[in-house]
Design a protein. Structure first.
Length: 178
C-alpha cells in the first residue's frame, strides 16, 4: 500500500514513477548532471571504472576547474578575467608549468586554505570531498572540451572498486546537491 502511495504521488507531482526518481533529478540541467547520469548508468551496468571516472568528472566541473592553471602555459593574454583561477600564486606562471606539470591533470593546483573555506561555505563535508578525491582517478577537461583521465590503476582496481563504488557515487551526488 505504501509503494502504491509513493508511485501515485511521484507520478502526479514529478511526472515519473517512484522507482525511477533519483537525487540527480534535483540538479539543474547541464554537464554536471549529464556526467552523473552517465556515472549512474555505468554503475547500473557494473562498469565501476566508468562510474568512478564519471564521479570525478562531476567533481572537476564543480570544484577542481576553479584551480586550473592551464591558461598560464603560454603566458599570453593576461587579462584580468581571462586567467582567473583560485590556484595559489606560485603556480600561476609559465615557469611553474614547465617544471612541475608532467601530465595534463597536473594543471589543477589547489590552494588548500581556499578550497577548505570554499567547501565549508558551500556546506560540503570536506572529508567526503577528500574521500572521493582519493578513491577516483584524476581527470582534466581541456580547452577544446576533451576529457583526459589519469589511468591510476590502483584506483581502478577491478577487485577493490566494487567495495567503494556505491560510497563514491552516493557521496558525489550528495556533494553536487549542496
Amino acid at each position: 500500500m505504501a509503494r502504491e502511495f509513493f508511485d501515485e504521488v511521484s507520478t502526479s507531482h514529478l511526472g515519473a514513477a517512484f522507482s525511477t526518481v533519483s537525487a540527480i533529478d534535483l540538479l539543474e540541467d547541464g554537464e554536471t548532471k549529464t556526467v552523473l547520469l552517465e556515472a549512474k548508468a555505468a554503475l547500473e551496468t557494473k562498469n565501476y571504472a566508468g562510474c568512478a571516472i564519471g564521479c570525478r568528472k562531476a567533481i572537476f566541473l564543480e570544484i577542481e576547474r576553479h584551480y586550473d592553471i592551464s591558461k598560464y602555459k603560454d603566458a599570453q593574454g593576461f587579462g584580468l578575467l581571462g586567467l582567473f583561477t583560485n590556484a595559489p600564486g606560485f603556480a600561476r606562471s609559465k615557469e611553474y608549468i614547465e617544471t612541475d606539470v608532467k601530465d595534463p591533470t597536473d594543471f589543477v593546483v589547489y590552494d588548500y586554505g581556499h578550497l577548505d573555506r570554499s567547501l565549508l561555505t558551500q556546506g560540503v563535508d570536506s572529508t567526503a570531498f577528500w574521500n572521493v578525491w582519493r578513491l577516483t582517478p584524476a581527470v582534466f577537461k581541456t580547452q577544446d572540451h576533451k576529457w583526459i583521465v589519469r589511468r591510476d590503476f590502483a584506483k581502478l582496481d577491478a577487485e577493490l572498486l566494487p567495495d567503494n563504488i556505491e560510497y563514491v557515487f552516493s557521496t558525489t551526488v550528495d556533494i553536487m546537491l549542496v
